[in-house]
Design a protein around this ligand. Structure first.
Ligand SMILES: Nc1ncnc2c1ncn2[C@@H]1O[C@H](COP(=O)(O)OP(=O)(O)O)[C@@H](O)[C@H]1O
Ligand SMILES: [Mg+2]
Length: 262
């Protein structure tokens, strides 16, 4: 039995003449947080879309918990236990926070769509249980007061927490997060760090974390992979990667921004 939940090998993805991902390897160990970093345009989001099956690779293979998933679409990958959060929030703003959480999980409910339409006792019992879980989770995020209020009443930082709560409610085995700290205030970044850590430590989730904020990466990640122009230029524990001279030179401070524009 492999200790990897995700293993990507030799992944290539082109867009016309642009090679967005160029033979990259990326793995996530079970119960660990794996970071994926690199300047703008280095292929991080493309890699995320390849991992979740929204994009198909031109070469390479993906293994999920030991099984080849290279040819599976996003729906099948979700059913096997992958979840993702989006860089852009995808919540229904006029629905209540609790409804947003419950709605997402409806797709995974055991009793199926027809029973839900017919409002069978089994489906209603399941929905009650789901609502109870959703409220418990909101309490856990310090957002219990918002359960019945529309998402539009929340700050962006709070909405991002709801997105995370929604992902946790689906109980994924691998949670893929694309720049969750983007646009958050320092206080909310601290809360985000605490929550992602709890996702790993208390829920045993494996997490692939794409992140720009090096503080978040250093505090959370067990392993880090660095992309540059679609290629892996460094991988290892955060201290080693961050101390790697080439990485420091190319990716931190002004060098990061200069190269991102080039
Ligand atoms: N759908 C697309 N069509 C064309 N080019 C794309 C598309 N998605 C990404 N790219 C290009 O692929 C490269 C990598 O982009 P991306 O994966 O978004 O990088 P990152 O997330 O690291 O900023 C960039 O040059 C980008 O312009
Ligand atoms: Mg991106």
């Amino acid at each position: 039995m492999s200790d990897l939940i995700l293993d990507a090998r030799g992944i290539v993805r082109r867009f016309g003449g642009v090679v967005a991902v160029d033979g990259a390897d990326l793995s996530v160990r079970k119960g660990e947080i794996a970071g994926l970093i690199g300047p703008n345009g280095s292929g991080k989001s493309t890699m995320v879309n390849l991992v979740t099956g929204e994009l198909a690779p031109h070469a390479g293979s993906f293994t999920f918990d030991g099984q080849d998933i290279t040819r599976l679409g996003p729906g099948e990958r979700t059913r096997r236990g992958m979840a993702r959060s989006f860089q852009m929030l995808r919540l229904f703003r006029s629905l209540s926070v609790e409804d947003n959480l419950v709605l997402a999980s409806h797709f995974r409910m055991q009793t199926g769509t027809l029973a839900n339409v017919l409002r069978s006792p089994a489906a209603m019992a399941e929905e009650r249980a789901l609502r109870a879980r959703a409220r418990e989770l909101l309490g856990w995020f310090d957002l219990a007061d918002f359960a019945g209020r529309p998402v539009s009443a929340m700050s962006i930082g709070q909405q991002r927490m709801v997105e995370l709560a929604r992902g946790i409610l689906a109980q994924p085995r691998l949670f893929v997060l694309d720049e969750p700290a983007a646009g958050l205030s320092p206080v909310n970044v601290d809360r985000l760090i605490a929550i992602i850590r709890r996702m790993r430590d208390e829920f045993g989730m494996s997490i692939l974390l794409v992140e720009h904020d090096m503080r978040v990466v250093r505090e959370l990640c067990d392993q880090v992979t660095v992309l540059d122009a679609g290629r892996v230029i460094a991988a290892g524990v955060p201290e080693a990667v961050v101390n790697d001279l080439a990485v420091v030179e190319a990716y931190i401070g002004s060098g990061w921004k200069r190269r991102a524009k080039a």
